[in-house]
Design a protein around this ligand. Structure first.
Ligand code: NI
Length: 162
């Protein structure tokens, strides 16, 4: 299990780098990420959130299976958007409605080094986009209108000081 990096730590704003090799060491790291995500009761986790800025994230969305996305690329997004309340293990206690495309097509490699393409919609598409943003140093609060973002940040700072 790993410690989760929280808002304010600069690594969260970094662009993650490509995973050079899918080997046993990486598989071991991914297992640790799953333990960390389940412990935090999250449904997605990006490597950068445990302080390792690699282009890699995992998901285990309700009614879906555990999934690993290595060096992922979102190749298509639906024009239609929907709104859903998001949270993030790196910003504990803060939730907000975020608008995003309701479906995406993503290509990536799994933990066995096998390339795959996946069409996802609704909640899974949402988790994928949220985690994919982490690889580019973007947090869900960055997707909000600036007034709302500032208000949430203030409330987060108050809570994290308490
Ligand atoms: Ni997050």
């Amino acid at each position: 299990m790993y410690n989760i990096v929280t808002l304010g730590e600069s690594v969260l704003t970094k662009n993650s780098i490509m995973v050079p090799e899918i080997d046993d060491e990486l598989k071991h790291f991914i297992e640790g990420m799953f333990d960390t995500m389940y412990e935090g009761k999250g449904i997605g986790l990006a490597a950068v959130q445990v302080g390792n800025p690699l282009r890699l994230f995992i998901t285990h969305s309700p009614k879906d299976m555990p999934r690993v996305f290595i060096n992922p690329v979102i190749v298509e997004t639906a024009l239609e958007e929907d709104i859903y309340e998001e949270g993030c293990l790196s910003i504990p206690g803060i939730n907000a409605d975020v608008k995003r495309p309701y479906a995406v097509k993503i290509q990536a490699w799994n933990e066995r080094g096998k390339p795959f393409a996946l069409d996802a919609d609704r909640l899974l598409a949402r988790v994928i986009q949220h985690e994919y943003d982490h690889l580019n140093g973007i947090l869900f609060i960055d997707r909000l209108e600036s007034k709302k973002r500032d208000r949430l940040l203030k409330s987060y700072k108050r809570k994290s000081r308490a």
